[in-house]
Design a protein around this ligand. Structure first.
Ligand code: SF4
Length: 212
């Protein structure tokens, strides 16, 4: 466990008391599709387009039936719609062929699905199945490095460090709270260190405030 783990948990619980997934979904498959759509797109935008899409097709079989031409009008506004349609169709095909249409519950199995990496797999198992995981996106990577929780160069190695830094039962809420913090205060450009409650235990914050 990291020496600051409990202080970070306490501060995050005060700042973000109700950590809930940002994407809206009713099944693991819907979540997987939403995560694919969220690449280079806001969760807000994804949540706007998915109700109509999932009304039309909310299983791998129905998505395949819809096909690329049928899928694109629903996801067009999320950007990169050609690649995203292809990714959703390929993943649907894999899920049917390898797992009989059901989303598996382990990272090892999920990452055998076409186009699904460790981060997406981690989001699916933690948020759809409530199995502790620590997926590392750009916010989690940035915030955890600034807080001195990892020095790893890759998201996969950062994920390993974070799983050792915090108790397992905290992984799911802390992951969501770290994303919230990366959006609210610890932004990529101009983090608001001077008003951040983590400043006294944050190496990067102290460095920045001294410089400012
Ligand atoms: Fe991020 Fe600054 Fe807060 Fe550290 S003090 S967590 S760098 S906003």
């Amino acid at each position: 466990m990291h020496k600051n783990a409990y202080r970070i948990i306490k501060i995050f619980n005060k700042l973000y008391p109700n950590p809930k997934p940002f994407l809206r979904y009713h099944s693991a498959f819907e979540l997987l599709v939403s995560v694919i759509l969220s690449a280079q797109c806001t969760d807000k935008r994804v949540n706007k387009v998915t109700p109509a899409l999932f009304k039309a097709a909310n299983t791998p079989q129905k998505i395949l039936k819809l096909g690329k031409k049928g899928l694109i009008p629903y996801i067009h506004s999320c950007g990169f719609f050609n690649q995203k349609a292809k990714a959703i169709l390929n993943a649907s095909k894999s899920i049917i062929e390898k797992f009989n249409g059901k989303i598996p519950k382990t990272i090892a199995e999920l990452t055998t699905i076409h186009g699904i990496g460790r981060k997406t797999a981690g989001v699916v198992i933690s948020q759809a199945f409530h199995i502790p995981s620590f997926p590392v996106d750009t916010h989690v990577f940035r915030v955890s490095h600034r807080l001195g929780l990892s020095k790893a160069k890759t998201p996969d190695k950062t994920d390993y460090n974070l799983r050792r830094a915090f108790p397992k039962k905290q992984w799911i809420p802390i992951h969501i709270q770290m994303i919230s913090h990366g959006r609210a205060l610890c932004t990529a450009r101009k983090p608001k260190c001077s008003v951040c409650p983590l400043l006294s235990i944050c190496p990067e914050g102290k460095r920045r405030v001294k410089i400012a």
